[in-house]
Design a protein around this ligand. Structure first.
Ligand code: SAH
Length: 337
């Protein structure tokens, strides 16, 4: 049993059922939050505790770091292997406001976005809450850096693994453990409409990003199959309800693909669609994926797009491309071994 998979109450009950005092749960939670995961390093927990009948299998399990790549810009990408051999990537990034990690929520992905490398082999399996937490701890150990911000924007569709995602958020937010603020967490979805609703109810303080990439429903279906199940109109409606209910700004990610979604008429449609919404547009210059024919426009084009959106009253920024020299940028993660 992996302690990282357990919410505090679950851990406490488990320990009590084995006849040990409940306060051990606080101690374990505290150590793990600091990155101390080996029983012998948890100084105030006696050896006998770990040898208690019923607790022998209880351990904090981290994924193994298989390879680590360093980008010129300070970004670090780690290939991590889970206990059953399945691998995912996590990306460490430095920002002015602190250190951030981009974690994967699934091994592979079944959303099939046309321009993305992560879904090329479909879904392998969901990650557990403890495996997501383990990505953070393993990367901290590997880099020797402390992480303060989390984006769930790696491989996988977090809202396609919602039970595990929400448990993960509750675990890392717990003041007895990691105590990571809700506002320091961002979750990105390709637009699973019913889950957006739930997420707004469950975690109104967690930041929500929506991968939009097209402002025309037919065009969106061509590059994002999810749009056939949840068409653009329904998605935008769900986003409106979300902002009304939570009062929180939504980030729309818009990857600029040359000759696909980056000309004047796309710009017009995009600004009409988002006009008056509590939102922010994050423009991502496409990161080219070898096997795909989609091409990136120029950074200047992205800046023109941003200026035009801003002029129309829609806040927009161009995302910095971190780690593209090590295939760690958006849409490039694919767990190459
Ligand atoms: N499944 C979630 C999480 C992935 S986040 C989602 O779709 O939001 C990764 C972001 O990078 C998404 O906005 C995704 O659409 C975008 N992306 C995918 N492939 C890309 C590429 N080749 N270049 C730039 N951005 C890409």
């Amino acid at each position: 049993m992996n302690i990282l998979d357990l919410e505090f109450k679950e851990l406490e009950n488990f320990i009590k059922e084995a006849g040990q005092p409940g306060f051990r749960a606080s101690q374990l939670y505290g150590w793990i939050a600091k990155g101390v995961t080996e029983p012998e390093d948890m100084r105030n927990v006696p050896k006998a505790f770990w040898e208690t009948e019923g607790l022998k299998e209880l351990r904090a399990e981290l994924p193994d770091v298989v390879t680590t790549q360093h980008s010129e810009d300070g970004t670090v990408k780690c290939l991590l292997r889970m206990k059953d051999g399945c691998s995912v990537e996590a990306v460490f990034m430095k920002y002015k406001y602190g250190n951030s990690i981009c974690i994967s929520s699934q091994a592979g992905c079944r959303m099939g976005c046309a321009f993305c490398a992560s879904g090329m082999n479909g879904l392998e399996r969901d990650l557990t809450p403890g495996e997501m937490y383990g990505e953070i701890l393993a990367v901290e150990k590997e880099t020797g850096e402390k992480i303060s911000h989390i984006v769930v924007m790696g491989t996988g569709e977090p809202f396609d693994n919602y039970e595990n995602l929400s448990k993960f958020i509750r675990i890392i937010n717990d003041p007895k453990g990691r105590n990571l603020g809700m506002r320091n967490i961002t979750v990105s979805t390709c637009g699973l409409v019913p889950v957006i609703e739930r997420f707004g109810d469950d975690f109104p303080q967690v930041n929500l990003a929506i991968s939009l990439h097209a402002a025309d429903s037919r065009e969106r279906s061509e590059i994002m199959p999810v749009n056939r199940a949840y068409p653009l109109e329904e998605l935008i409606e769900a986003c409106r309800r979300y902002t009304e209910k939570t009062g929180r700004r939504i980030t729309f990610e818009y990857t600029l693909i040359k000759d696909v979604n980056d000309d004047k008429k796309h710009l017009d449609k995009l600004s009409d669609l988002l006009k008056g919404m509590l939102c922010h547009v994050n423009l991502i210059p496409l990161n080219e994926v070898k096997e795909k024919s989609f091409r990136s426009g120029t950074r200047e084009r992205a800046q023109e797009f941003r200026d035009a959106l801003e002029n129309r009253g829609i806040p927009a920024t161009v995302r910095r491309e971190l780690g593209s020299d090590i295939d760690a940028a958006c849409g490039q993660l694919r767990a190459k071994k």
